[in-house]
Design a protein around this ligand. Structure first.
Ligand SMILES: Nc1ncnc2c1ncn2[C@@H]1O[C@H](COP(=O)(O)OP(=O)(O)OP(=O)(O)O)[C@@H](O)[C@H]1O
Length: 305
């Protein structure tokens, strides 16, 4: 088991920030920790990485008890916190060397490990550049390089794609996927689409408790389609749409785009397509729209897990 937590709970002051968090991860790949702001993602990650001491519960990294043998356990953890601890007045090489020393790496192994981490993160050409002169995307890569330099089994990334522009996002996702081929990556986000793009397993945390833990496929099945989105060149009136069997409510998002609420019968799309052909609505696009993340949170939080 690469990561195991048992009944992990934490109180900062009087309230529980997280309660009874049980996680078991045994394989490589990206595992997503999904939750809204304040759900307890950072608290959980900080404890797993030994940056925060839990009120109760246990953490095992590769079978090693983090509390009892912190040094040995931390050798198997790479951590990219929400704000990467970058020393901006150092060059990439100076910074990575410093990080490797902090991890108590064997002196002779530092240079080859650093070269490999830089290569994987695509920052070799900036080796002697000061970190303060790097763009946000490249700083993020340096953050990832420091998390993998000692080849840990588990790499923990707290909201690693936050604040990146669309191109940097694509690059960062690619890099994370590559890293996940050899390491187990536990990655947090409050954005469902980000998690669904990257993760095969998902752990959802809400108000400090795990409310869902399964494969992304199982999650997608659970998140039932709640509405249908239709784009038409020649849309009908609200009244006409309400005449289609199963349609319960119609919301015009623009003059040509409509959100259809329906009674839950998935054959609704066939009936809408048939009606469109019959009345020449000139349908351009039709798709199920999964519930908004907030709705899914509410549904999941409401059931006892
Ligand atoms: N240092 C602290 N002192 C007191 N309460 C804290 C502290 N850090 C976090 N909390 C509280 O603990 C709860 C969980 O916070 P946490 O930062 O773990 O959530 P999160 O899911 O990571 O949210 P975000 O995405 O906003 O970082 C929240 O209610 C938060 O207000």
């Amino acid at each position: 088991m690469i990561l195991k937590t048992t009944s992990l709970s934490h109180k900062y002051t009087s309230n529980w920030a997280i309660r009874d968090i049980n996680i078991e991860i045994g394989q490589t790949g990206v595992i997503g920790l999904l939750g809204s702001n304040g759900a307890g993602k950072s608290t959980t990650m900080n404890i797993i990485c030994g940056a925060l001491h839990q009120t109760s519960g246990k953490v095992f990294i590769n079978g090693i008890d983090l509390e009892k043998e912190p040094e040995a356990a931390k050798k198997e953890i790479g951590f990219l916190p929400q704000t990467p601890p970058l020393y901006t007045d150092l060059t990439i090489d100076e910074y990575l060397t410093y990080c490797a020393q902090l991890r108590l790496m064997d002196k002779r192994k530092i240079k080859p490990a650093m070269d490999e981490a830089k290569e994987r993160c695509g920052i070799t050409h900036f080796s002697s550049r000061l970190i303060k002169n790097l763009s946000g995307g490249y700083r993020q890569r340096v953050g990832i390089a420091q998390a993998i330099i000692h080849k840990p089994k588990l790499v923990v990334m707290d909201e690693p794609t936050n604040g990146l522009d669309p191109n940097q996002l694509i690059e960062a996702r690619k890099l994370i996927r590559e890293i996940a081929q050899e390491h187990t990556v536990l990655l947090s986000s409050h954005i469902l689409s980000e998690i669904s793009l990257l993760c095969k397993e998902i752990i959802m945390i809400e108000a400090g408790r795990i409310v869902f833990s399964d494969s992304m496929d199982a999650f997608n099945n659970y998140a039932q389609a709640s509405t249908v989105l239709m784009q038409m060149e020649n849309p009908p009136s609200r009244e006409e749409l309400l005449l289609v069997k199963g349609v319960t409510r119609v919301e015009f998002l623009s003059s040509k785009q409509v959100r259809i609420y329906f009674d839950g019968d998935p054959d609704i799309t066939e009936r809408l397509i048939a009606a469109s052909m019959q009345h020449d609505w000139r349908l351009r696009e039709i798709s199920f729209d999964k519930g908004l993340l907030d709705d899914i949170f509410k549904q999941l939080s409401a059931r006892s897990y």
